[in-house]
Ligand binder design. Structure first.
Ligand code: AGP
Length: 372
């Protein structure tokens, strides 16, 4: 009913708007006054976490994209090797797991059969499984050794939005907590990240306030057949997520690429007026990547692509090559997905509406996939 949708036309719009609160709620009570993490609810002892020699993340769809981003954070902050795998592929390739492997199963619903089968396989090999889940008491957390709940509140729309942002927050918390208990890199950098994370819900709110031009752009592209998405570093999984949202909602051909791969094949797809969304890393920090992606934008624009550039406020280098420029607040590199994903969600939702599609219930899809 309209009341359930809180005055919005679709659950998806309501859930996009709820993201600042979902992010803040997922952090609530997990950072103490001294800026340290308190994750005692994760029932894996500090001693066991110190023994972990490998992290393996299993998930499907949007949750898998959260896992891809988590890998950058986990390896950077903890120096523990991390693999990410589609849950549906995992157990069929005889993965190398042991007692010191920590398997993280990410699932909004907690009922995804592929993810459940992957975690069962991991536990049979003696690995510890930590679930990151949004649904209290669902099957995946019940069958895991421990759980860290995302506090997004119920997600009704088939296309995952607020659950994704909270999965990222939960993954960052786990990564930082692993860093904290193991003492690796614990210090100034991590303290600063925790402070930035506490601010991030306000930044998400600011992004939401500036989305009208994105909606307008989406409407203008309603008759296109293809949209490509490019990103680099953590922007690469963001590009994959932008493409998945467009496939499931707008039923358009959408593909995400790592920008560095462009010259290895995908650049052949570029033709006049093809919309290409580019997620640009911060010009601060890893500025080498920034400069490389700016030349990618130049290359595709020289071939006629219509460039839709998502770049940090103050990044002037992209301006001459952007047909459409979407500004996002400056954040530390690893946290950028929390703000960069939001315009892509709004874009897909508006395109779906413009094409007359059912936003909350896309064709052929179910909210949770309980078959393998
Ligand atoms: C996301 O928009 C999709 N509907 C889908 O990819 C989803 O993320 C996937 O099926 C995993 O679901 P889960 O998080 O409930 O396990």
């Amino acid at each position: 009913s309209a009341a359930e949708k809180g005055g919005y036309d679709y659950f998806m719009l309501k859930e996009i708007a709820e993201q600042p609160k979902a992010v803040a709620d997922t952090l609530l009570g997990r950072i103490d006054a001294g800026g340290s993490l308190t994750l005692d609810e994760v029932r894996i002892s500090a001693a066991e976490l110190r023994e972990v020699d490998k992290v393996v993340i299993v998930a499907c769809g949007t949750a898998f994209h959260a896992g891809l981003i988590a890998k950058y954070a986990i390896e950077h902050w903890t120096r523990i090797p991390c693999e990410v795998e589609l849950a549906s592929e995992f157990r069929y390739r005889d993965p190398i797991l042991g007692k010191r492997s920590l398997v993280i199963a990410i699932s909004q619903s907690g009922e995804t059969m592929d993810t459940l089968m992957a975690l069962r396989h991991a536990r049979e090999q003696g690995s510890k499984v930590l679930a990151i889940c949004n649904t209290n008491g669902s099957t995946i957390p019940r069958e895991s050794d421990a759980v860290l709940y995302t506090h997004a509140g119920p997600e009704v729309a088939v296309a995952s939005t607020k659950a994704f942002l909270t999965q990222l927050v939960a993954c960052y918390l786990v990564a930082l907590y692993l860093g904290q208990v193991r003492g690796t890199k614990w210090g100034d950098e991590i303290g600063a990240v925790i402070r930035d994370l506490s601010q991030i819900s306000c930044e998400v709110e600011r992004v939401l306030e500036t989305m009208e031009p994105v909606r307008e752009l989406a409407r203008s592209l309603a008759d296109k057949n293809t949209v490509l998405f490019l990103g680099r570093h953590v922007g690469y999984p963001v590009a994959l997520e932008g493409a998945l949202k467009l496939k499931e909602l707008a039923y358009m051909h959408a593909e995400g690429f790592a920008a560095g791969e462009l010259k290895h094949g995908p650049i052949a797809l570029i033709e006049p007026d093809l919309p290409v969304v580019v997620v640009v890393p911060s010009p601060r920090g890893r500025s080498v990547l920034h400069d490389k992606i700016v030349s990618n934008i130049q290359e595709i624009r020289a071939r006629g692509a219509r460039t839709i550039v998502i770049a940090e406020e103050g990044d002037e280098a992209v301006v001459p090559y952007a047909d459409h420029l979407v500004r996002i607040p400056a954040t530390p590199t690893l946290l950028q997905p929390l703000v960069a994903t939001v315009p892509l969600q709004v874009f897909a939702c508006e395109l779906a509406t413009a094409r007359g599609n059912e936003v909350d219930q896309p064709r052929n899809l179910a909210k949770s996939v309980t078959v393998e």
